[in-house]
Every structure is written in C-alpha cells, then in structure tokens.
Design a protein. Sequence first.
Length: 444
Amino acid sequence: MQMAFFRKILLAAALVCMVQYAFTQVLAPVEQLQDHCKRNVPAGYSPRLNVLTLMPKGNLHYLFPFYHAFKDEAKFKGIYSDKGYYSELSEYFAFAGDYQTAMQYLEKSYDSVDDGARRKVFRMVDGLRDVEHVDAWKYIHYAARSSRVVMINSAHDKPQHSAFVLSLLANFYREGYRFLAMEMLNNFSDHELERLRLHTGYYTAEPVAGELVREALAMGYRLISYEDTVTGHMPNQRDSIQARNIYRVIQGDTTTRMLVLTGYGHISEKAGEDGSISMALAFKRMSGIDPLTIDQTDMTEESNFGYGRVLYQAYLQKYPLKTASIALVNNTPVNVIHGDLYDLSVIHPPTNYQDGRPTWLSLGGLRQPVPIKPGSPAVFLVQAYYQDEISQNQNKPWQLVPADQTYIAGGKKLYLLYLKKGKYTVYFRDIDYHILNTLNIEVN
C-alpha cells in the first residue's frame, strides 16, 4: 500500500507550472559585490569574455565569475538563459563558501509550483504511514558489503554531498575499496591525480571537494578520472564512454573494489524515456556488475527542481530528520521522488548555520570552526591554505585549493573558517582579489 502511495506522490510532478522566482534576503557581502561590479570595472574584468570561469590565465580566482556575471548580467543571461545563469552562479557561490546564497540562486533557476499543487503535495506527504528512517551512513555500509562497485551522485552546488562521501571513505577502505573514481577529475593528459592542485579537476577546486581528494589520497585511495574528453559527443555517448573508462580499470584489477562519485542522473538504473542510457546502466550492461547506486540530489534541501523542492519541504515537515537517513517501508528502501531509478536515496537534513556558515563544514568533527580577525575594513575574502602545499608550489597559492574560504563575517566581524589540525597561511583579499596581508596560524 505504501509503495503505491509513493508512486502516487511521483505523479504529482505533473503539477509543476510557470516560472516564478522567490526572492529572499541577500547577504550584505553579496550586495556589496553586486554593487562593486555594476559601478566599477573590477580588476581583471574583460568585456570580451563569453563564458564564466574560475580559472583566468591558468590561476584560480574565486571572485572572477562574479565580476562578469554581475557586470554583464544581460549578456550572460542571453548566453546561458535565465535559468542557466542562476544555476551557474549557484555553483560559484558554493565554491566561494557561501552556501546560503548558492541555495537562493538555485531556487531562482527552478520552475515554481503553484499554491494548489503545493497544498496537494503537503496533503499527500501528510498521508504517508509506516515509513521508518535509518541512519544513511550505517545502511550504506551494510548494503555495500556485497557490492563490488558503489556509485553515488552529487550536485555541483552542494558541497554537503562531498562532505557525506568523505565520511564514507575510511570504512569503505577497510572493506577493500581502493579506487575512487570521480567525474569531477580532469581526464586530460595534464591532470594531477596524486596531489590536489588546479589541474586535478575543475570541481575539485571547491574547498570541500578538495578536502575529499586530500583525505582519499592520504588514506591510500587511487584516484580514477573517467570523464569523456571528446568534444561534440551527445550526452548518451558521453555516458557510454564514462562507463567504458570505469570498466577498463575494473578489468585491470579483478579484486579491488571501487567507489564512484558522479553528477546527478548518471547513476540512474533505468533508460530514459527517449531511450538514453546512463553511465551506471551502460556500465552494468558491459561489465555484468550490478553497482549499488545511491542518490543524494533529490532529497537534499532545495532538491534539484521546483517540485522536488516542495516535496522535500513537505517531507521534512512531517519527518523532521536530524541526520542523513534512508526511508524504509516494510524494511525495503524507498525513493521519495524517483522511485526506481536508484537503489538507495539519502535524505539529508536541513542545514544548520553558525555565523553564516553551515555546521556540516566540520566534516563530522574532522575540522573545527576557527574565528579569524580580518585586521582591516578593506578585507572582503578570507582564505586558508595549507602551508606545506604552498611550500611545495614555490610559495605561490594561485593554483592551489583553499582548505576553506568565506566572505561572510559573523559575530564581532570575525570570519569563521573550518579547519583541520595543522599549519595554515591565511590570505586576506579585498573585493578586487588583491592580497592585503597574510597570517600564519596553527590549529591544534
């Protein structure tokens, strides 16, 4: 009965209607950045740029995409579409350490759900019965014991997903997993997969994803890049090539187990309505190995589309979960949104904030919040880099990924960074990304 009820909830997706953006309070530093870009010519700005990027002139620059997106808003909305513009900026806010604004911009990229449809979703979810919830971390490790390959997805603008994958690494390693294949890794000849730098990957430049890479390497994982590197391929061709690249690694080592981190629907276990084959399904067909597939994108706050956002809100109102969970009906895992696309669906709780920063940035206690005093009213962005990584890179952090960064000042105008034990150099930058000063600190 409950399985049928879950399917009924899925049918309500047809009630999604017109585009309508919800506006929430914009953080003061975001307003400051918008105003600066519109009134001035930010340092490094180029009116000829037609793509938003973090990597101008071969260096990482975390404010660079904002300079162009805010200075030339109409142009980039024309290039990306309105929805694409907001979605793209959502990712760059997440990179910059501003999760709250990332979620605001993600919401702006969605089709909305009208009030009638919204009420229907809440009524249907309120009618759910006999649903149990178990700890996602424990359940995944239990389910993974009989799997050779585990595939888990993530959203590019939700570092919380990388944080959760990081929490799985140690126990997976103890169970014999030695390969960590990541879609976000650079698969060209210039990639660096034995240490974290600019050429490790584009999305690994997000600080939490960077910590995931560092921890995996420190544990002994071998990083596997598997992205399709041929331009002009159709999406279905891309997925098949990704699957073939992963399978080649498995063929070369018949005993080692693999954890695969990919984006969104690449781990779907069903063909699309248009006949398209996902990476996971292509891998299953060519290898004969049935991977354990785990979705994180549907049931994290804001979900990944307008209807999913409403369903998530309704579900968390009925079941106010405090930890990442798996829903069970009659001891069988159920997926609240996409019923049979994945083996498991992780339901992440809403984010708690301390001084404007998500508390899950602690990475389960691996890191601690460290208040940083800016020392100058001109400081806009605060970044902490590992001292040993700087020394290994000719004392230049320009191609390195910060351990953490933020432009959000909390109580007493202190910037809260989440850092592991170790030695760091903190860089204080102004709104034009110029370095004002540095500070060496040690976290004990």
